[in-house]
Design a protein around this ligand. Structure first.
Ligand SMILES: Cc1cc2nc3c(=O)[nH]c(=O)nc-3n(C[C@H](O)[C@H](O)[C@H](O)COP(=O)(O)OP(=O)(O)OC[C@H]3O[C@@H](n4cnc5c(N)ncnc54)[C@H](O)[C@@H]3O)c2cc1C
Length: 457
């Protein structure tokens, strides 16, 4: 049993042992390097029907079992897992290279999973939805999968696993090499602009190198991600397609995003720009203990990013600036030995001098400890242990790590991630209403959903 820093418990065995687990049901060859099963040369469009005239049975018109839209974490895992099962896919990617977000993730080091991941760290209108996918593809599966391809994980903090090489590129290379080995086709600079249901299959409208084509295929995997960081290829294709096909989309918003402070308080935060503090941050829905970071425009740092996913405009958040300690008790102890010490000097020892000076404008800083009244102590305790913040907003999709909300889980089978109303269409990764905490959880969902979809193509 592993005790989690997030105050719940998970148990599993085998993590950390290279090749320790043979996963017959995942892929028969998990403990050996995957040989080149087939490396068929696929001439561009040689096996794709481009005609707009469709008959009903598209499965007979193309050799591809499916088109995967998006070569991100979910799409790449799906392509590789489909390869293990001998299924042939075409991956369409808008960017000029696959895995753009994997490459920048975790500061270029890729926090590819979290050892403590469980459904509790995912936000969704249906908190049970992700359970089936995680039962099919666990953290242990992620660890073993990457170890099989020489990516050994090291835990940084709070269960966050990074490659020992500290190179996100190594993670992407696992997928591109396997796609090559399996002969899976990957087109970059290929933006999908529309997906339509045609007969029993789909017409995928893609613009590749400025040329528009309609590709006909029996199944489509929507792994086009969410709205964050448009300059890195993000589009609303997943959401747009779902709506067009009559599916519900839950309200979307930036998540894991810094929060802004405007108005009269802005200068107070700006003066502390660059200061970082270990805190407990909470609201009525969640609570996190990690660092916060003061910036020129407000608050950032892991604890703020975490709470941002649970915050709605107009709401307050609360910060305990000295978690696990009691400032009243600390002051009482200190004044017995050192009653002449000024409050400012004492706070400077607990925090940085800069921070102590900043909060002193809200406290009787010019008093010595012995002369503090009970009302003063109450005031100090309130400020230190329940510092109230009403953010003006957030930094938006340009700075958000993920999108909250997405294609409604009501519309998808939790077991297969296939759209209930549109057989043959699958949604995985960030475009689905499943949003993880900071710390490798979102990749765990992307890998798991990619795996699940591949089993059902
Ligand atoms: C700065 C940053 C750091 C992060 N760090 C971490 C981390 O360390 N750990 C973690 O777990 N999560 C992290 N995340 C979140 C994580 O990157 C995402 O949750 C994850 O990438 C989602 O995977 P996905 O496959 O659903 O989408 P993506 O990885 O975004 O992939 C979607 C792909 O689809 C392509 N696409 C979009 N529209 C189209 C279209 N119309 N046609 C063709 N292609 C299209 C996009 O170009 C993209 O390549 C981070 C995110 C950011 C922004």
């Amino acid at each position: 049993m592993v005790s989690s820093p997030h105050s719940y418990e998970v148990s599993f065995s085998g993590v950390g042992f290279l090749g320790a687990i043979i996963r017959d049901t995942k892929n028969a060859t998990a403990t050996i390097k995957i040989p080149m099963i087939r490396n068929m040369s696929i001439l561009p469009n040689s096996d794709i029907c481009e005609t707009p005239c469709m008959t009903t049975n598209l499965a007979k018109q193309t050799d591809f079992d499916a088109i995967i839209i998006g070569a991100g974490a979910c799409g790449l895992m799906c392509a590789v897992q489909a390869g293990y099962l001998g299924k042939r896919v075409l991956v369409l990617e808008k960017n000029d290279r696959p895995g753009a977000k994997i490459l920048i993730s975790g500061g270029g080091r890729c926090n590819y999973t979290n050892l403590y991941a469980s459904p509790q760290q995912f936000i969704s209108q249906n908190e049970h939805f992700c359970k089936s996918a995680f039962a099919q593809w666990s953290v242990e599966d992620t660890v073993t999968f990457f170890e099989t391809y020489d990516i050994i994980g090291k835990e940084k903090t709070l269960g966050q696993l990074f490659p020992v090489s500290d190179k996100a590129k190594d993670v992407v290379n696992v997928f591109t090499n396997l796609c090559d080995d399996f002969g899976q086709e990957l087109w970059c600079d290929a933006e999908v602009v529309g997906v339509e249901k045609v007969g029993e299959g789909f017409s995928v409208n893609v613009v590749r190198n400025g040329k528009e084509q309609n590709l006909l295929v029996p199944k489509v995997v929507m792994a086009a991600g969410g709205l964050p960081i448009p300059k890195m290829g993000a589009t609303d294709l997943g959401l747009k397609t779902a709506r067009k096909l009559g599916m519900k989309v839950t309200e979307t918003a930036p998540a894991l995003v810094p929060l802004t402070i405007t108005g009269k308080d802005q200068d107070w935060y700006a003066q502390l720009s660059g200061n970082s503090l270990f805190c407990r941050v909470w609201n009525d829905k969640a609570s996190f203990e990690e660092n916060i970071l003061f910036t020129h425009w407000g608050l950032s740092g892991p604890a703020i990013l975490q709470i941002s996913s649970y915050w709605r405009p107009g709401e307050w958040i609360y910060i305990d600036l000295l978690p696990h300690q009691n400032i009243t008790e600390l002051i009482q102890q200190e004044r017995e030995a050192n009653g002449k010490k000024m409050l400012l000097a004492y706070l400077s020892g607990l925090f940085t001098r800069k921070f102590a000076e900043a909060i002193s404008d809200r406290l009787p800083a010019d008093k010595n400890l012995a002369s503090l009244s009970n009302a003063d102590l109450e005031n100090i305790s309130g400020l230190i242990h329940e510092f109230k913040v009403k953010p003006a907003g957030d930094k938006g999709y340009d700075k958000a790590e993920v999108m909250r909300g997405g294609v409604s889980t009501d519309e998808l089978s939790s077991k297969t991630l296939e759209a209930k109303k549109v057989p043959g269409l699958f949604f995985g990764g960030e475009c689905v209403d499943v949003t993880g905490w900071l710390g490798g959880y979102n990749f765990q969902w992307a890998w798991a959903s990619g795996f699940v979809i591949a089993q059902n193509l």
